[in-house]
Ligand binder design. Structure first.
Ligand SMILES: Nc1ncnc2c1ncn2[C@@H]1O[C@H](COP(=O)(O)OP(=O)(O)OP(=O)(O)O)[C@@H](O)[C@H]1O
Ligand code: SF4
Ligand SMILES: [Mg+2]
Length: 335
């Protein structure tokens, strides 16, 4: 179980006509990921999804808050003692091209972490080769074909499968998949998504999906928890299917209202929510961060900051003074 409490992260950015500026990438985020669970983070570009993913995988520091893994607060440990905990959380990057060393064969790529494990656990040398073949078969690749090849000799989909096999060499508890299919040919995407689903079911490995695509979150997050981020804050969370079918926060509703309508097969819902203006990260008052764009904003919204509260009678949580369920995704044409 990985829990995050009040995680904040600020970046200092240089350059541009405005000179130096600070970006609050995360503003006090709470989350929980169970072993074998499916959690998705969605939200538009720049809302802090990848920053949070990297923090969860131990690849990024945070300013304040706490990450607790299996009951152990990470801040209480030295960097060296933290490492075995974070090693069990493996990040699958969106770009399998840059994730693999082009000068190494796939065998060399898998052999390195496996040999380390074999030494630590006193396994025979033959285990390394057997395990490499086993892992490649598990991710749907033919070991005989793939092992002697270099990354550039494989397709994007095959490369991403190799990246997943490499992540599995350490028997992780959780895979963090950050836009894991966005750079892969459309025809190969479903296969990778199915593989991640399958690994969750077969190995009991938890999966954290980071995506801006609602359809992907819906497909992979089945029976899981969906977190909606807006400018570094969680504005709504709850069971994936429930949040998508009946969002209560206006920002979630606006995000879902942008789902395209399939001509001839669906009609646009009459409950859609359209933001009153485009996102401007510089606008920040004391109130709700979505207030400048929210069609329902009141004076209270502009001066007071809403915190997460449970929506009565459902498993959903929202940070809004005026939560109201709306069904906004396209509605199927009957018959
Ligand atoms: N290393 C960095 N240095 C400076 N600013 C950063 C850095 N990483 C992220 N940021 C800023 O922090 C904010 C959140 O970025 P992040 O990459 O987490 O967003 P995201 O939700 O993953 O977006 P996308 O959907 O485009 O991948 C953005 O404003 C981004 O510019
Ligand atoms: S708190 Fe107010 S401004 Fe913010 S999302 Fe809710 S209604 Fe809109
Ligand atoms: Mg990102």
């Amino acid at each position: 179980m990985i829990t995050g409490k009040g995680i904040t992260k600020t970046y200092r950015q240089r350059g541009g006509i405005l000179g130096k500026r600070t970006v609050q990438a995360l503003r006090g985020v709470d989350f929980a990921i169970e072993k074998g669970g499916a959690v998705s983070f969605i939200g538009e570009s720049g809302c802090g999804k990848s920053t949070l993913g990297r923090i969860i995988a131990g690849l990024e520091t945070y300013d304040s808050g706490e990450i607790i893994i299996d009951g152990v607060p990470m801040s209480a440990l030295s960097r060296r003692r933290r490492w075995p905990y974070f090693r069990r959380i493996q990040l699958i990057h969106q770009d399998p091209y840059s994730a693999l060393n082009p000068t190494r064969t796939i065998y060399q790529t898998l052999q390195a972490p496996l040999a380390l494990r074999a030494r630590r656990t006193r396994r025979p040398r033959s285990w390394v080769d057997e395990r490499a073949e086993e892992l490649l078969s598990l991710v749907g690749l033919d070991p005989g074909y793939v092992l002697p090849r270099y990354p550039h000799q494989l397709s994007g989909g095959m490369r991403q499968r190799v990246v997943i096999a490499r992540a599995l060499t350490v028997d992780p508890d959780v895979l963090v998949a950050d836009e894991a299919v966005s750079m892969i040919d459309v025809s190969l995407r479903l296969g990778i998504l199915d593989l991640l689903k399958d690994l969750r079911e077969r190995l009991g490995v938890g999966v954290l999906f980071i995506t801006h695509d609602i359809a992907t979150a819906r497909y992979l997050g089945e029976n899981g928890e969906l977190y909606v981020l807006y400018r570094g804050e969680v504005v709504e969370r709850g069971p994936t299917e429930q949040v998508i079918a009946r969002p209560v926060h206006p920002y979630t509703q606006a995000l879902l209202s942008a789902v395209p309508v399939l001509r001839g097969r669906e009609v646009a819902s009459d409950q859609r929510v359209i933001p009153t203006e485009p996102l401007d990260e510089r606008k920040a008052g004391t109130g709700c961060l979505f207030a400048p764009r929210c069609p329902f904003a009141t004076d209270r919204c502009r001066s007071e900051h809403p915190t997460l509260a449970r929506f009565e009678g459902s498993g959903q949580w929202h940070a809004c003074f005026l939560p109201r369920p709306r069904s906004v995704i396209p509605v199927e044409v009957p018959g």
